[in-house]
Design a protein around this ligand. Structure first.
Ligand SMILES: Cc1ncc(COP(=O)(O)O)c(C=O)c1O
Length: 349
């Protein structure tokens, strides 16, 4: 039976080039990374830092770990931080910011990830009376729960200006920052130059089996490295997995993300062509959100779609998320549009 897995770009598997590259590894390519002696990890970190225009980078096990070590390295325990209300750090990282980093979290609202600077300033003013200062601003680009929305570089510049004015550092959860860059048709540094630190994932659209990177100033990265060890991310001969990232960071592999964006558009257009009580976002990158305008049991739709061969994910009681990625082609999209039409008509008409 044909299965099109649109649950997430985390379901991607490595490319033939990646499997080819791993064959070239031998013992001279690996070492104890906790001692900084794994040449493959070192090469990946250097390349990652260069690509996003930062002084240094550190390889971490996951995006969640990357965000956590970034928060820990930027702040002191008890301080206040500002994060967007729908962001992954707040919604999906199991309260690590409060439980592990012991930070007080202030959430701000946004227009698909882009905040009002006035609201940010009000939050700061309201915190002035508090014992601990606000020291960190976070953003997410692209924004997952806002349907892969891109936060424009000029918005990031305004956020950075706000951060500097108020003595805050600025961290970007850039799990899909290359999707943002490819979607805008700019070099990723046009985005990352506005932030002090960025975390990006190799294990999503870039289709590596595992791993993320955190990049920023040298002093920040050496702190992040200590925190990585503290949270169990010292992986020793990690070159055996980091090697996938060397292929993933090749320019042509990053450019390939454009195919995913085109497929997301095709999917959205196919769904919009149906006369059904649904709202479909105009995807800017690789995420399509379908909002059901009629009250119904969403999990039944997701389950039935799965039985028909289209796997998806309900991110709320009203919204189903579809993520395009490496391994999904135009035929898969056509198949998915057809199945979605059948299943949605059954439940919504
Ligand atoms: C925006 C965003 N940030 C961070 C993460 C966490 O990455 P990981 O699953 O590697 O921990 C995800 C995962 O989906 C994400 O979508």
């Amino acid at each position: 039976m044909k299965i099109v897995d649109l649950r997430s770009d985390t379901f991607t598997k490595p490319s033939p080039e990646m499997w080819e590259k791993i064959k070239s590894l031998d013992n001279s390519c690996i070492g104890d990374d906790v001692f900084g002696e794994d040449p493959t990890v070192n090469e990946l970190e250097e390349r990652a830092a260069k690509i996003v225009g930062k002084e240094a980078a550190v390889y971490v096990t996951s995006g969640t770990q990357g965000n956590l070590v970034s928060l820990l390295a930027h702040t002191n325990r008890g301080e206040e931080i500002m994060i967007e209300e729908q962001c992954h750090i707040y919604q999906n990282e199991l309260s690590s910011a409060t439980k592990i980093a012991r930070l007080n979290v202030n959430v701000y609202s946004s227009d698909r990830g882009a905040p009002s600077i006035e609201e940010l300033q009000n939050i700061i003013e309201n915190n002035r009376e508090k014992e601990n200062p606000t020291t960190l601003l976070c953003s997410e680009n692209t924004h997952n729960y806002h349907g892969g929305a891109i936060i424009q570089p000029h918005v990031l510049r305004e956020m950075k200006q706000f951060a500097v004015k108020n003595g805050l550092k600025f961290h970007l959860d850039g799990a899909r920052v290359f999707n943002a860059a490819v979607g805008l048709g700019v070099n990723v540094t046009e985005i990352t130059k506005h932030v002090d630190s960025v975390m990006f994932c190799l294990s999503k659209g870039l289709s590596c089996p595992v791993g993320s990177l955190v990049a920023g100033p040298k002093s920040f990265i050496s702190e992040a490295r200590k925190y990585r060890k503290m949270v169990g991310g010292g992986m020793r001969q990690a070159g055996v997995i980091a090697v996938f990232g060397l292929v993933a960071l090749e320019p042509q592999w990053i450019k390939r993300l454009d195919e995913d964006h085109k497929n997301a558009k095709l999917l959205a257009e196919g769904l919009q062509s149906y006369d059904l009580p649904i709202t479909v976002n105009e995807p800017q990158t690789n995420i399509v959100l379908v909002e059901l305008m009629k009250k119904t049991r969403i999990f039944k739709i997701v389950t039935e779609l799965g039985k028909e061969g289209v796997l998806s994910f309900n991110i709320s009681k009203e919204k189903i998320r579809f993520v395009t990625h490496y391994g999904i082609n135009e035929d898969d999209i056509e198949f998915s549009v057809e199945k979605l039409g059948e299943v949605l008509s059954k439940y919504l008409n």
